[in-house]
Design a protein around this ligand. Structure first.
Ligand code: ZN
Length: 303
């Protein structure tokens, strides 16, 4: 009975419990790391590790974001896990290291990790700023007025299961795609002879069939993914195995489904060689309900 403990016993017991809690955090990171490596989250109808954490594991957005960033930080500096285990680093600092390594070319990451060990959040920020060859990522916070929220909700009806932030990301992606497309149109190019080239009529036929949504189907829920974010064309039978760029052999997949399909078709080792450590999903945005309205925070790369 906790209420029967002396003050000293209370403090020494909570110290033990906190130690155990931290070890469990490391164990959870191990599991999340493997899930990310295999892209298993795709099978559960979630197109990113972040969504898997919020929808399947029921973490809050902030809890999920910090864990996902820590997993990506480990790809830059595996030592971070040991430091978390030793209580020299917390998840918040690990997440800051991810943003730092992503935006800076650092040769001695080990040294940077050591420099921030045991430091407060403010000290970590100052240290990373002083080491940065780029300014730290900017955080852009938008407060949307009611009429814009209404418009966003209207557009969102087309996106079913997507959050408002995914809708915004998709709209931006679509705009960028259109800009790229019109640039390509202006530049007359020789028809590609590459096997990877997908003829325009084939692309149009797939787009029509897919209705601009991911055609991946979860083997667990049997549901179609339907994501509209970061869509790519995927060869059902890989080109390396003689697959063709035909409508029948191609499907439109979101990045997550495409990577999972790659892991299943080629195995983890080949996929890791192909994608390296740079294939980190987009960093989640954060949404907050404030008195002024819905507030969105985006992490922007430093300039
Ligand atoms: Zn998908």
């Amino acid at each position: 009975m906790i209420c029967k403990l002396t003050d000293n016993e209370l403090v020494s017991k909570i110290k033990i419990k906190v130690k155990q809690e931290k070890l469990i955090v490391v164990e959870v990171l191990n599991y999340l790391e493997e899930i990310d490596r295999r892209k298993v989250f795709v099978d559960y109808g979630t197109s990113s590790l972040f969504k898997f954490c919020t929808r399947i594991l029921k973490y809050s957005d902030a809890e999920a974001a910090i864990r996902v960033k820590t997993i990506h930080a480990l790809k830059f500096a595996p030592i971070i896990k040991e430091k978390i285990k030793d209580e020299a680093l917390n998840l918040t600092t690990a997440a800051s290291l991810y943003s730092f390594f992503k935006n800076n070319k650092i040769t001695n990451r080990f040294e940077v990790v050591n420099k921030v060990c045991g430091r407060s959040a403010r000290e970590v920020k100052d240290i990373l700023n002083s080491l940065s060859n780029n300014p730290l990522p900017r955080k852009l916070t938008l407060t949307l007025p009611e009429y814009l929220i209404k418009k966003l909700e209207k557009v969102g009806l087309d996106f079913e299961d997507c959050s408002e932030l995914e809708v915004i990301e998709s709209l931006i992606d679509k705009h960028l795609e259109q800009v790229e497309h019109s640039k390509a149109k202006r530049k007359p190019t020789k028809a590609s002879t590459s096997q990877r080239h997908i003829p325009r009529d084939v692309r149009e036929a797939i787009d029509k069939r897919a209705k601009n949504r991911c055609e991946g189907v979860s083997p667990i829920t049997g549901k179609r993914c339907n994501s509209r974010v970061s869509l790519e064309y995927d060869h059902l039978r890989p080109i390396a195995l003689g697959g063709e760029s035909s409508k029948e052999n191609l499907r439109k997949l979101c990045k997550g489904c495409n990577q999972r399909a790659g892991v299943k078709a080629l195995g983890l080792h080949k996929m890791a060689q192909r994608t390296g450590t740079e294939t980190t999903p987009s960093i989640p945005f954060f949404m907050e309900n404030t008195e002024a309205g819905l507030q969105y925070s985006f992490i922007m790369p430093g300039r």
